[in-house]
Write a protein that binds this ligand. Structure first.
Ligand code: 1PR
Length: 589
């Protein structure tokens, strides 16, 4: 029997709290198999010699197999007062007192690394011993039998079921990115504070509830169909959402896992049925160096960030780390940093920007997106940096998603010309390694009015408000280098091309509306959000709470981003959300 050899070393669930080092293999083998008819695909026998009791309570063991960014989780663990011991060998898993497994990247490479390093067997043994475990995102999916992601690919096989891709044919945008409430189905202890709060998900694959795995399920979520939001069995927990990115409520999940015996009181919030994906409100920080050399948050007026004064200085709206922290506290669902001169400065040379990201990510427990200058680059010494290296440095410094502007335009132009995916564009390379949910394409289009829609080869539309001389049609021309150069490609063509190349989300700006406070360009946002099946973030022009409800009720935008209205403290983020809620639009409060 395949499972027997593995489980031979495992104590039964009823031995919880017992010292594992004193556990006798032979005496409990039969009893364990009877109590736990679970299967694990890995057959090597492990001798358990964990000295967990000697471990320091404030140390949590982290299984980071190096596939992506787990800095956010590290930050959250440190924020909660714990130290981290990284897993280097299978023994580190067996010796862990408390183990967190933040699965990152794709299923197949993750299983590959776990198998090659012998970590899969150790993980199975550890979980079978019912020792404190928290899997996150892919760390939940890997517990299942297999995944359809580039597969079928075998998983750890501890929970019955197959991980499949969300079905975008029913109108749901994939990846599932954003905040959802979950439906608790059994007492999970670590989820005790969640109640009706939303938590942050970002994934394209999920596990489906079934009769075979129902004993494991502690909560579900709905996105088109019901899927498993969390599992719990004894001391073994796993969540599909990201607690480290779910604000205060997410921190409470981690806190309850890290300090199970502490006097954490229940918030008393009553659970509710799973709801629709909330519309996100995003605060954006356009960052650059001013003429004195300080890194500041600025804000353009149709992308012109200089004051109309004799000095013509760069408009200064505050310090990036302070503002990011403030927006996190104010309830922003995400914070975006755009390094707006990144197209001309090499971002890896822009150490203050990386430093900003590092500091901001220590205290902001919602997703952070960073853009600007992501492209291949050769420095003065002839050293070549790939866009993947640039992005990796952003991820290492605390970004959860990166945003590509100019380079995505060139990649899309090339792709539309040749119809060949070379796999070499920044978009393709980064999404292959970090997953498409981590790659945003920022589009900077400018409205170009037309007399006749057939004047151009690009998608044009009849606009709601005619332009100069009553011109009724327009196309949206993409630009690069911060709006300085128009390119021969429309926003519609670009959006469709980058979706095919691997973008997971689109940040849709509009130069005409930027900084005007007169509302979003509804025509443009409707055009693009109807054209693609990935989430679209509406940007540029917010000046009042009504503009947010307008963009969500008239278009399929998943999120709305604003800058000036928040920087100038004209409208607090909470007022925007309260208004949306009053209008019947689901938001995270
Ligand atoms: O081309 O990959 O280096 O990326 C550069 C990035 O910097 C792009 O995402 C581009 O949008 C951004 N960028 C470049 N120049 C400017 C500029 O303003 N001069 N900012 C700039 C773009 C647009 C929005 C803005 C909204 C909301 N900022 O993000 O925050 O329009 O503003 P509002 O609410 O005040 O209207 P690459």
């Amino acid at each position: 029997m395949e499972a027997a050899a593995v489980f031979a070393s495992a104590p039964p669930l009823s031995t919880r709290g017992q010292s594992y080092s004193s556990f006798s293999r032979s005496s409990h083998c039969f009893q364990f198999l009877q109590l736990n008819p679970l299967k694990c695909k890995h057959s090597r026998t492990f001798s358990v010699h964990a000295s967990a009791s000697a471990a320091d309570d404030s140390v949590v063991t982290l299984l980071d197999y190096g596939a992506g960014n787990v800095r956010s989780l590290r930050n959250a663990i440190h924020f909660l007062g714990c130290n981290i011991k990284d897993v280097q060998t299978p023994e580190d898993i067996l010796n862990a007192k408390r183990l967190i497994f933040p699965g990152v990247g794709a299923f197949a490479p993750a299983m590959d690394v776990l198998n090659k390093k012998g970590l899969a067997e150790a993980l199975c043994a550890y979980i079978q011993q019912d020792r404190p475990f928290l899997g996150i995102c892919l760390g939940l999916q890997l517990l299942f039998e297999s995944s359809e992601e580039n597969g079928p690919v075998k998983g750890l096989g501890l929970i019955p079921g197959v991980v499949g891709r969300f079905d975008s044919s029913n109108g749901c945008r994939v990846p599932h990115i954003g905040w959802n409430a979950i439906k608790l189905t059994k007492d999970s202890e670590i989820l005790d504070d969640i109640g009706s709060s939303h938590v942050y998900f970002v994934h394209s694959y999920c596990a489906i509830p079934s009769d075979d795995n129902k004993e494991w399920i502690s909560s579900t979520c709905n996105y088109g169909d019901d899927f498993i939001a969390s599992v719990r069995r004894g001391n073994v927990h796993a969540v599909q959402f990201h607690p480290e990115k779910s604000g205060e409520v997410g921190l409470s999940v981690l806190r309850r896992f890290l300090y199970p015996k502490s006097e954490t009181t229940k918030t008393g919030a009553s659970p509710r049925n799973a709801t629709k994906l909330a519309k996100r409100v995003i605060a954006c920080l356009d960052v650059r160096t001013n003429d004195k050399g300080d890194l500041i948050v600025t804000k353009g007026d149709q992308y012109d960030v200089r004051e109309q004064t004799a000095e013509n200085e760069v408009r200064n709206l505050g310090k990036p780390v302070d503002l990011a922290g403030q927006y996190y506290k104010d309830g922003a669902d995400e914070v975006s940093f755009l390094n707006i001169t990144g197209f001309r400065d090499f971002p890896l040379g822009d150490l203050p920007m990386l430093q900003v990201l590092r500091y901001a990510s220590e205290n902001c427990f919602v997703p952070l997106t960073v853009g600007g200058g992501i492209r291949d680059f050769t420095d003065g010494n002839g050293r070549h940096y790939s866009s993947l290296e640039v992005a990796s440095e952003y991820f290492r410094s605390g970004a959860d998603k990166i945003s590509i502007g100019s380079d995505a335009v060139y990649a899309a132009e090339e792709y539309l010309k040749t119809k060949v995916k070379t796999g070499k564009s920044s978009l393709e390379q980064i999404s292959r390694v970090y997953g498409n949910q981590a790659v945003v394409v920022s589009i900077d289009p400018r409205r170009v009015y037309l007399r006749d829609p057939n004047e151009v080869e690009f998608k044009s539309i009849k606009v709601t408000n005619p332009g100069p001389h009553g011109l009724e049609y327009a196309w949206y021309q993409c630009t690069v280098n911060g709006g300085r150069e128009g390119r021969p490609i429309g926003a519609y063509e670009l959006a469709k091309a980058v979706e095919e190349l691997g973008a997971g989300e689109i940040l849709l700006n509009c130069i005409d509306c930027d900084g005007q406070g007169k509302g979003f360009d509804i025509d443009l946002i409707k055009l693009i959000s109807d054209a693609v099946s990935i989430p679209v973030i509406a940007s540029s022009g917010a000046g009042a709470v009504e503009h947010f409800s307008e963009v969500f009720s008239k278009t399929n935008a998943s999120a709305a981003l604003a800058a000036g209205i928040f920087h100038r403290k004209e409208v607090p983020i909470q007022s925007v959300k309260e208004y949306l809620l009053k209008e019947g639009i689901e938001v995270r409060m």
